[in-house]
Write a new protein. Structure first.
Lengths: 106, 121
């Protein structure tokens, strides 16, 4: 198994841009996925396959990938975006891995 | 409404057992692989176990292998997690989640609200 490394916290002012990174050598070969989790709630998928946004997720959420690092970008951050964010990937054997999580403070 | 509802959590003594259930509604469980993911208090998400649509492919995290057993009853639209030889470090909210419908879609597009398991004497 491997680890997905995220910064513990990101602080951003309303209307600014938040960028959350997720790193691992395995990401060069596997897609990454991103979840938002608010206190006391279940995670919600916000990005899949590095850059795709599920229906119902605001356009201000976007994803990008560069070799062994993927980035979740929240443009024009709103107060409601304050949450924990987790990246996730999987290896070819079907083992799933979550990142360490990043707390976004607005 | 498409949803997953977990049940069966509670307080259990170290060494004890618990059976968690996940009931699906609003969609047919038959074609989906399902997983259990847990989250210890104040900690991050941890994948626990997976089961394919026909139960032919089952996988466990190292931390629970040999102690937990995942199963499903498609006719009842339900997935289960039998947790045995429980330890304090198994204390967590246990989430049931649906794997996206695609052979190479390794992510979870639907989650339940979770059920809390507390292991303490």
């Amino acid at each position: 198994s491997y680890e997905l490394t995220q910064p513990p916290s990101v602080s951003v002012s309303p209307g600014q841009t938040a960028r959350i990174t997720c790193s691992a050598d395995a990401l060069a070969k596997q897609y990454a996925y991103w979840y938002q989790q608010k206190p006391g709630q279940a995670p919600v998928l916000v990005i899949y396959k590095d850059t795709e946004r599920p229906s119902g997720i605001p356009e201000r959420f976007s994803g990008s990938s560069s070799r062994t690092k993927v980035t979740l970008t929240i443009s024009g951050v709103q107060a409601e975006d304050e949450a924990d964010y987790y990246c996730q990937s999987a290896d070819s054997s079907g083992t799933y891995v979550f990142g360490t999580g990043t707390k976004v403070t607005v | 409404e498409v949803q997953l509802v977990e049940s069966g959590g509670g307080l259990v003594k170290p060494g004890g057992s618990l059976r968690l259930s996940c009931a699906a509604s609003g969609f047919t469980l038959t074609t989906y692989s399902m997983v259990w993911v847990r989250q210890a208090p104040g900690k991050g998400l941890e994948w626990v176990s997976s089961i394919s649509s026909g139960s032919s492919f089952i996988k466990y995290a190292d931390s629970v292998r040999g102690r937990f057993t995942i199963s499903r009853e498609n006719a009842k639209n339900s997935v289960y997690l039998q947790a045995s030889s429980l330890r304090g470090e198994d204390t967590a909210v246990y989430y049931c989640a649906r794997k996206a419908d695609g052979d190479y879609d390794w992510y979870f597009d639907l989650w339940g609200r979770g059920t809390l398991v507390t292991v303490s004497s």
